[in-house]
Design a protein around this ligand. Structure first.
Ligand code: DGY
Length: 323
């Protein structure tokens, strides 16, 4: 029997690409250039499976096809807000993602960002590389202590819980949680965490707020000017979730007018384009979407896609089915 024809939309780790080519009739993207919506639409007519990532807009426009050949969108990544789920469902297309395997590494990056912004590590490195460091002095780049402070976690799924584990057990932080559904008391108890009912309750309590909720329309601009105003004037905001969760205009003004202590972002609205106003903010640390960027996580994500595909084409329900 012919092997299923699958399209990999970006370069993947070598070991995973090699296995994909053994098990499937796989077409790789050696140039690593993101696909356009038109190219995605064309691919839907000729591949049994498409393996997209966050950089592929599998939008309603891209999915505007009749009788597509594609039966599964096996996403490389946990977030799938770049896929129009309603339209995929209209075509009877299954969608899978890659949870679990990147939770620790994404929480590690959120911790990195929290420490960097609190301890002014970005500012320090910029100063040193610019040849402007004139030596130690008691008032130089004085930051904020992290240990023992209050951390608000927005979204208490797998990544949020890994963040809580690091912050609570590593840094003695007190954990406050906002999550749309109620979190089991035994899960909260693991981190001595308390859940609050609203974001309005959460913001004023925290020295740090870290976002771990999904993107998409329901969380677009969740962090707006009103919620930023409720933060303590020396509190910090960390985002490793999706750029659209923060109203970047409101954040820029909070940073420029110093109404919050600072922010640290791994994700951006419209990335890789960065709002030029953000670049002017010294109290902001920025990374280029590195949450899951470790060899271990990126390989595990790829092998998880392979498992999902194998299950699908052998007639089993993939473990990471999301629709
Ligand atoms: C994820 O897994 O969602 C990462 O952000 C990359 O898409």
């Amino acid at each position: 029997m012919a092997k299923p024809k699958v399209l990999v939309t970006r370069r993947w780790p070598d070991a995973v690409e090699a296995r994909l080519c053994e098990n499937f009739d796989a077409v790789l993207n050696r140039g690593d250039k993101p696909l356009t919506e038109t190219e995605i639409r064309e691919a839907l007519q000729s591949y049994d499976a498409i393996l997209p990532t966050v950089t592929d807009k599998v939008s309603s426009k891209a999915l505007d096809v009749t009788n597509p050949q594609t039966r599964i969108l096996a996403n490389y990544g946990v977030g799938y807000n770049h896929i129009d789920m309603g339209k995929a469902a209209d075509h009877g297309m299954m969608v899978t993602n890659t949870p679990d395997v990147l939770s620790e590494c994404t929480a590690d990056i959120a911790m990195t960002l929290m420490l960097m912004v609190a301890r002014r590590a970005g500012e320090g490195e910029r100063e040193l590389r610019a040849g402007q460091w004139d030596g130690w002095r008691p008032t130089h780049l004085v930051g904020t202590k992290v240990s023992g402070k209050v951390l608000g976690i927005v979204g208490f799924g797998r990544i949020g819980q890994e963040m809580a584990r690091r912050a609570h057990f590593g840094f003695g932080m007190k954990i406050v949680v906002f999550n749309r559904s109620s979190v089991a008391s035994e899960v909260l108890a693991q981190f001595n965490a308390v859940q609050v009912d609203t974001m309005e309750d959460l913001m004023p309590l925290c020295d740090f707020v870290s976002l771990h909720c999904p993107g998409g329309v329901s969380n677009r601009n969740l962090i707006n000017a009103r919620l930023l105003d409720l933060m303590k004037p020396d509190a910090f905001l960390i985002n490793t979730a999706r750029g659209e969760v923060i109203d970047e205009l409101a954040l820029t003004s909070a940073l420029m007018f110093d109404t919050i202590g600072g922010a640290a972002l791994d994700v951006f609205e419209g990335e890789p384009r960065i709002n030029p106003n953000l670049l002017q903010c010294d109290n902001l640390v920025m990374l280029p979407h590195l949450g899951s960027a470790t060899r271990e996580a990126r390989e595990a994500m790829g092998f998880r896609v392979l498992d999902n595909l194998t299950d699908f084409f052998e007639g089993r329900d993939p473990r990471d089915r999301v629709n």
